[in-house]
Design a protein around this ligand. Sequence first.
Ligand code: 11C
Length: 347
Amino acid sequence: RGLNVAVLGATGAVGQQMIETLEKRDLPIKKLTLLSSARSAGTRVLFKGEEIEVQEAKPESFEGIDIALFSAGGSVSKEMAPEAVKRGAIVVDNTSAFRMDENVPLVVPEVNEEDLKWHNGIIANPNCSTIQMVVALEPIRQKFGLNKVVVSTYQAVSGAGAAAISELLDQSQAILNNEEATASVLPVKGDKNHYQIAFNVIPQIDKFQDNGFTFEEMKMINETKKIMHMQELPVAATCVRLPVVTGHSESVYIEIDREGVTAAEVKELLKSAPGIVLEDDPDNQVYPMPAAAVGKNDVFVGRIRKDLDEEKGFHLWIVSDNLLKGAAWNSVQIAESLLKLELVTVK
Ligand code: 11C
């Protein structure tokens, strides 16, 4: 008895984390099918002591699959998700292909697990930088209301994939050796110019849109409104890439709906909120940092301060492993929620 689970994109940075997360959790799995492009097919992966060969993804690969976790890029999702759904699978898609589709729930279980109930076969996993922010904002919204969000991100290169990690490491080594550092991936693989990320900071993640914001910034803006069911919420984002391998950080300014709330009350609230670890003790220099968040499923929150001028304004510092809560763990968590809500049956 168990579920037939597939991972599409099994050899990618997120796919590997999905497999490791499935291994650590106890979702009942009868059979795990690992799928990839033709290029990576044939790779052998160890899962719970058993070697599984990665197969080339074809529409027929989804016959008999209950839940398929997708992380192989937007165009693969667009092509394969309808095929998987046609064959009875529920797709949890980690790309931006379906996130803003009004027939597709966009889910972070701590925030809007109930939205899973109206899925039509595809469930979208939000962008990593959005996920960690809404986990921290939702308890605040519930208790104090939320009127405004302004976020600046400090994002790790692993968000841009394995090639971006190599680029950061190769450039760092070259610079330390007094050699020339070449760039061909960041800020965006398909854009006109590429810039050095080692010992640098790049204020561009994904392509610029006509409104002057980047696509990553628009994801944070639009996805936050959809997940929190607050189309009217003012959200602004500036997304920045740092020379950090894994772990996204965010400086978030919010305005709540109530006056007279103290920073201590916000800390107390977040201390027991789901999915959050409060790390906020300035006297002992305790605050979240990406190096400490790597490998953990939680969202770490600290540096909580009340604004000095705006009575309803607060500042927060939010850090999480972008490959786990930002991607693989949130997808597996959605699968666990489907089971808990009896939206998938174990046969
Ligand atoms: C980054 N947030 O850090 C991106 C990666 O829409 O799932 C995730 C892209 C996405 O570059």
